[in-house]
Design a protein around this ligand. Structure first.
Ligand SMILES: [Zn+2]
Length: 279
């Protein structure tokens, strides 16, 4: 008798919840029409992308590409205190951004000085997205003071999730390399979602991830159901887009742990729809 075939990834719509543009500050430089670009990417399996960039770049991209883009205004927190972040973030959300992305803080994300920002996002029903774990940097431009990756651990997201239990939170990169910590936080905090985007998770053995989401081969539904598909790939350019490896990684993981169709749907797009209020 044929083995019951699990639902295949291509049966699902995909939303990539972590992407950037290339060039970073201008998503509109592709040759040809926006419609042709969106058609090409949708044919390759990505229905929508969460674009993380400066607010004006995101909002210009929405004008050009319509609902293919979910705009997320991105802020380098090392500039906290030197810019009117609250005002800028409020204007970004007023302009149509769906979330605020935090990255590179000089204090832990859970520091009380940042709470008014989280409170504002919470009250607006928007999403707080956090770069978690390791952060790459340009060696030609040393950071002074250097960014400490421990400030971006999942443990700090747990503290924010406790202080703001209704705030919708998404943790990018699964707190690389504190995977266990991210797993525990996303599993335990109802308002925290997470993704495996970036260059590291997909390079680890599928068996490691399978053990995390299905210990001893038994699917742990409550842990998997908070995962969102994401790549951290650059879109909006004319060359090839390397999200294929990320689709493949997620497919292999979902297959390995025998995830049922309803959980696959959450990973590929359902969680993103919930977070960003999409139909
Ligand atoms: Zn990124």
């Amino acid at each position: 008798m044929a083995k019951q075939t699990a639902a295949r990834a291509h049966d699902f719509t995909r939303i990539d919840v972590h992407t950037h543009s290339w060039p970073f500050e201008d998503a509109t430089k592709i040759k040809g029409s926006a419609a042709a670009y969106v058609k090409k990417i949708r044919a390759a399996g990505i229905d929508k992308v969460v674009l993380m960039a400066p607010a004006d770049c995101c909002l210009k991209a929405v004008k050009k590409y319509g609902d293919f883009v979910i705009p997320v205004a991105m802020y380098y927190m090392r500039e906290f205190g030197r810019r009117d972040f609250r005002g800028e973030m409020e204007r970004a959300l007023d302009g149509g951004c769906k979330a605020i992305k935090f990255i590179a803080p000089l204090a832990p994300y859970s520091d009380e000085r940042y709470w008014p920002l989280y409170d504002m996002i919470d009250h607006r029903g928007a999403v707080a997205m956090f770069h978690t774990g390791y952060l790459g940097f340009d060696e030609k431009q040393p950071e002074i003071p250097p960014i400490e990756m421990t400030h971006m651990r999942a443990a700090h997201i747990d503290a924010i999730g406790r202080r703001f239990p209704r705030l919708k939170i998404e943790m990018s990169h699964f707190s690389n390399p504190w995977w266990e910590e991210a797993w525990k936080v996303a599993w335990s905090r109802p308002n925290v979602y997470a993704d495996l985007s970036g260059g590291t998770a997909i390079n680890r053995a599928i068996s490691m991830w399978a053990e995390m989401f299905a210990p001893h081969g038994v699917l742990m539904e409550s842990a998997l159901k908070k995962v969102c598909f994401a790549s951290d790939v650059n879109y909006f350019h004319d060359g090839d887009h390397d999200f294929g490896a990320h689709i493949d990684f997620h497919e292999r993981l979902l297959d390995r742990i025998n995830a049922p169709a309803e959980l696959r749907e959450l990973v590929w797009s359902g969680n993103a729809r919930k977070l960003f209020g999409l139909k």
